[in-house]
Design a protein around this ligand. Sequence first.
Ligand SMILES: NC(=O)c1ccc[n+]([C@@H]2O[C@H](COP(=O)([O-])OP(=O)(O)OC[C@H]3O[C@@H](n4cnc5c(N)ncnc54)[C@H](O)[C@@H]3O)[C@@H](O)[C@H]2O)c1
Length: 425
Amino acid sequence: MNTRRLKLAAIGCGSRTFIYFELAAKQPELYEIVAAADHTPARRAKARALSQNPNFQEFYDDRAILAESKLADVMIIATQDAHHFAHASAALRKGYDLLLEKPISTNLIDVLALEQLARELGRRVLVCHVLRYTPFYRSVKAVVASGVLGDIVSFEATEGVEPWHQGHSFVRGHWAVVEKATPMIIAKSCHDLDIFSWLVGSPCLALSSFGSIMHFNAAHAPAGAPARCTDGCPLSGQCLYDAHRYLTDKKPWLEIIYDHAKTATDAKIIDWLRMSPWGRCVYHCDNTAVDHQTVAMNFASGVTGSFTMTAFSEGRDLALFGTKGRLLAGERVKRTAGCDLVVEDFRTGKLERITVDHEIDGWHGGGDAGLVRMLHAEMSKSNAAEMESSLERSVESHLMGFAAEEARLTGTTVVLADFRQRHGD
Ligand SMILES: NC(=O)c1ccc[n+]([C@@H]2O[C@H](COP(=O)([O-])OP(=O)(O)OC[C@H]3O[C@@H](n4cnc5c(N)ncnc54)[C@H](O)[C@@H]3O)[C@@H](O)[C@H]2O)c1
């Protein structure tokens, strides 16, 4: 194995870069954090502190860092969704390999163009599909590979976004207005779409989809609810989505969006909420992201599957149905059976209960930690296409996501090969 330290730099110093820097800094034998760019001085300062590198270089923005000669092996692209394509293309042209935050881009034409550019330049792009690196999905994959389930015939999966998270990110937050960000099925669930073809070992051929905003609209506003929680709402203190919770039990969510969350007084935070998108009543926002969506999929091997994303559940659930047995896994299994996976053998009727060795580092069930641990090895593979979450593999799940949005909006079944061709490939 190549043990030369991998030099990391980043464009965009938000929550994602901070997680990656913190995890990389704990593995100095593998990584050296050398530079970062962000408009906000406080964020650059935090990146510098996390780097633990006295020679760390900071820059105002993407242009400034890319105007320098190449500073690192890998550029982390972790600006907001709408900027990924421009920043990723420029960094590829400068000679960087990339750790690219999902989504690859907010539209399919750019996703395919980036794939083409990386291929032409011979660069490696690892997309942050962190679920592939979680101990949970690695265990599910190992059960499938062991053959105990026989041939997988169908599956059901659910991603519960959780009501507060939906309100924070997809009603008030960065991904609420699809036209400015990405369809919710990609913004939240490209991870899940990515996992399905990986688990069943076959590409998706066609899909259909339904979904809408059922709850987060004016029709569900409590009587007398003003535009902002801070404007004297009659349900203050009782509403699940009361923005005052950012001062108490939801403080960790405030830390993601407000740089002074840890030091500001309550009065200062309330003042901030009076102006910020996160102080708005969730029933009086400009959100266009759905709060529930279901996708039905047909895979090349004949496997069929359904996936439901809903605001009104929490965590992921998965059921795989094979010719020899079935696997039930995820949140509901954890709550009812006290383990992560249950494997049932149809012939013997035996149940095997599996508990996964979860990691506590970072969010996403250890996926962030797994991704950073694997980044060095992934970037050292002689064949870039073999990277677990290579750009080529990730393009497939983005194709599924954009196709699911078209299927939802048009009420049609979308054949992925046709869809790809229509978008210029
Ligand atoms: N992989 C995952 O599981 C996962 C989870 C959450 C978010 N994301 C994705 O990660 C990305 C980043 O999310 P975040 O929450 O860290 O965002 P964020 O908004 O907290 O951070 C983005 C940063 O980019 C900076 N920025 C904007 N324009 C810039 C420029 N031209 N040059 C340099 N910096 C610039 C902003 O100042 C900001 O600090 C998003 O695209 C999001 O969808 C991925």
